[in-house]
Design a protein around this ligand. Structure first.
Ligand SMILES: [Zn+2]
Ligand SMILES: [Zn+2]
Length: 280
């Protein structure tokens, strides 16, 4: 295992025809995979995929914040906790995610009362669902794979007030495709979270300050496939086997070898994913 792809979506219909080949490519490059669900159905598919490939493919289950609407759902319907809890005992489920907050498409100011009220309801529902996943993480002792867009302040506030019980975890999770600034990164580090970067890094100057200043013990990498394809394959669908290109981009910014980034990020990912078997 040279790399761990800490965030990808192999249940996407885009891989339906040739998933065996995609997984084989990853294996050829020494890339182990964590595939994430984005709602209950997609989480079930992620677990099925992890079951199908005995080596090197693991699953995380969660509810993507962008999938949460503004309906005033009953408390117990906000997340189908029963359905998720059932999946959490599966031996190949190694984390909770994708979960988090995404306020990107929600207007903060509008004269339209109905539009503003809907946006407020969606924000509240996202926070409620995210809160449920924080509870699940504590109950099951699982790390969190977090998505955060235009909501770092709100997310940090929730994490900072969250019970800090870690149940033996060296790291409590990953802020994936990290989009915040250095000050924000430091607050996540203080809460025992890692940050992760994608192939966006290969497209030119992006998060350079974060990549230079972050301690080597806090960085992991991800494909976020099928999105975020690294150069030179930008015209193609992304896949986990391209992950070494992300490591090369991180190495170039930090002025170290990509072998070193491979070693460090894999060790860090194993700290997050206590349920992934250690390499022999
Ligand atoms: Zn995401
Ligand atoms: Zn994702």
């Amino acid at each position: 295992m040279r790399f761990i792809d800490t965030h990808c979506h192999l249940d996407s219909p885009i891989y339906e025809r040739d998933l065996d080949i995609v997984v084989r490519h990853a294996r050829d490059e020494g890339v182990a995979i964590v595939t994430l669900g984005s709602d209950l159905e997609s989480s079930r598919r992620a677990v099925e995929i992890a079951e199908r490939y005995p080596d090197g493919v693991f699953a995380a289950v969660g509810m993507h914040p962008a999938k949460i609407g503004g309906d005033l759902l009953a408390e117990d319907q906000l997340v189908n906790i029963g359905g998720f809890s059932e999946l959490l005992t599966h031996p190949k489920v190694v984390a909770l995610g994708e979960t988090g907050l995404d306020f990107h498409d929600l207007p903060t100011y509008t004269r339209d009362d109905a539009e503003r009220e809907l946006a407020d309801r969606i924000r509240i529902n996202q926070k409620k669902v995210f809160g449920r996943f924080l509870d699940l993480a504590r109950e099951h002792g699982l790390p969190l794979l977090l998505h955060c867009r235009d909501a770092h302040e709100e997310m940090l506030e929730m994490l900072e007030t969250w019970d800090k019980t870690t149940r033996g975890f060296e790291s409590r999770g990953i802020i994936h495709c990290f989009s915040g600034n250095w000050k924000t990164a430091r607050r996540y580090f203080d809460l025992d979270f890692m940050i992760s970067v994608t192939g966006i890094l290969t497209h030119g100057a992006y998060q350079t300050e974060i990549m230079k200043k972050s301690p080597s013990s806090r960085l992991v990498i991800e494909s976020d496939c099928p999105f975020m394809t690294p150069v030179p394959w930008s015209h193609r669908r992304n896949e986990p086997s391209y992950l070494p290109l992300v490591a090369e981009a991180v190495a170039a910014i930090r002025g170290v070898t990509s072998a070193q980034i491979s070693t460090e990020t894999t060790a860090n990912a194993l700290k997050v994913f206590a349920r992934i078997p250690r390499p022999q």
